[in-house]
Design a protein around this ligand. Structure first.
Ligand SMILES: [Fe+2]
Length: 280
């Protein structure tokens, strides 16, 4: 059976790449160290495939067709279309159709109804963390898109349930693959609304504390209430709670948190102890 070997989360602010030369040196150092730390942990886990939990930023979907959950079931995916990601090194991005289909089938059997996409383009939400972790070789990628952009979004409790389903699907996959889960997005940020650029450090620190504590009930309650006032981008914390469920709802290890006004985002990075890292 497949094995869950790593679970991690990372912010994915586009300006981390687009405006990199303009960022203050102290922020560059912190962000670089955080991405490298995630990359080192990911490399040590030696995943064959990474399930990347991210929103789609209006690349594959729009308000005329906006799935709550969509799994990329292709053998390959298109690389990022954003001009500032033109140097992203892995094109096309290798997929893992068999695992993606198994996740989809496991979901249906448990009365979850995801959409699937045979042709998906992976935007900065997927590609910035994968790129900045500086892995020598990109594992196969199963895209797991959660609508965290536009109502109606899945409830936080449902995202947690999706994470548990993902954990069960990986555990029951009839292959020897080593599988990682990487959630991207968050923490607080505000894009294209009157509070554009605001970072809610209080929300971010309380959010990190709730994830660290790990208890499902308080975490779900905190996010369901707190994301309402922490900017529209904070809804991407739904991806983090998918990872939380996939990791068995244990408290995470914070790699770093740094509020970076220049990229409009409270940037968070975390890992959960699973697989060999947990001594299992
Ligand atoms: Fe985003």
């Amino acid at each position: 059976m497949a094995e869950l070997v790593a679970v991690a989360a990372s912010s994915h602010a586009p300006l981390i790449v687009r405006d990199w030369p303009k960022l203050p040196e102290r922020h560059k150092q912190r962000l670089t160290a955080a991405f490298h730390s995630l990359g080192a942990r990911m490399a040590a886990a030696r995943p064959d495939v990474i399930v990347v939990v991210s929103p789609d930023h209006w690349i594959n979907f729009f308000i005329d067709n906006l799935p709550s959950i969509c799994i990329g079931v292709g053998e390959a995916h298109e690389g990022p279309p954003e001009p500032f990601l033109k140097d992203f090194p892995w094109r096309p991005v290798p997929g893992h159709a068999a695992l993606a289909n198994h996740i989809y089938a496991t979901a249906l059997a448990q009365e979850f109804e995801p959409s699937v996409s045979h042709r998906m383009t992976l935007d900065h939400g997927f590609c910035i963390p994968l790129w900045r972790m500086e892995l020598n070789k990109l594992p196969r990628i199963v895209p797991f898109v959660v609508n965290t952009l536009e109502p109606p979004m899945p409830r936080v409790s449902r995202c947690l349930a999706w994470g548990k389903l993902l954990r069960a699907a990986i555990a029951s996959y009839p292959g020897n693959e080593r599988v990682a889960v990487l959630a991207t997005g968050g923490l607080s940020h505000s894009i294209g609304e009157p509070t554009m650029g605001a970072i809610d450090e209080r929300f971010d620190r309380d959010c990190i504390a709730a994830f660290r504590a790990g208890a499902e009930g308080p975490l779900v309650a905190f996010l369901e209430a707190g994301m309402q006032g922490a900017g529209n981008g904070s809804h991407e914390c739904r991806n983090w709670i998918v990872a939380h469920g996939a990791a068995g709802s244990q408290g995470f290890d914070l790699v770093d948190y740094v509020a970076v006004p220049e990229v409009y985002v409270g940037c968070g990075f975390a890992t959960w102890n699973v697989g060999e890292a947990a001594g299992k």
